[in-house]
Design a protein. Structure first.
Length: 111
């Protein structure tokens, strides 16, 4: 797995120079790709926006070539064994994010 922090920002935002020296990967998204699956998590006095499990699974499928197929297989296996899984939501997100066909293919190998 990557030892980098991944951040999603709206496509219209600009990034200042200087992040090259930090373990950060910035992904620019627009529309549903950015807003879908956002949860608010409280950390002490702070609230941060994170993506829910199903959106994270869809992002893993989208970036399967970067994270590696072994990692994707592990992610999907863990998800399908989890009691927190929501297959209906995962299917809905995968269709909206255009990764449903790939999800169906890979999940068929695991289940």
């Amino acid at each position: 797995m990557s030892n980098k922090y991944h951040f999603a920002i709206p496509r219209k935002y600009r990034i200042k120079k200087g992040l090259e020296n930090y373990p950060v990967i910035i992904r620019k998204w627009q529309g549903d790709n950015f807003n879908l699956g956002i949860d608010i998590m409280k950390l002490g006095k702070f609230s941060i926006r994170i993506y829910d499990l199903e959106k994270t699974i869809c992002d893993s499928i989208r970036y399967r070539n970067e994270i590696g197929l072994n990692t994707l297989k592990e992610v999907l296996t863990t998800y399908f064994q989890s009691k927190q899984r929501n297959i209906r939501k995962l299917t809905e997100y995968a269709e909206k994010l255009h990764v449903f066909k790939i999800l169906k293919e890979y999940s068929g190998m695991i289940i």
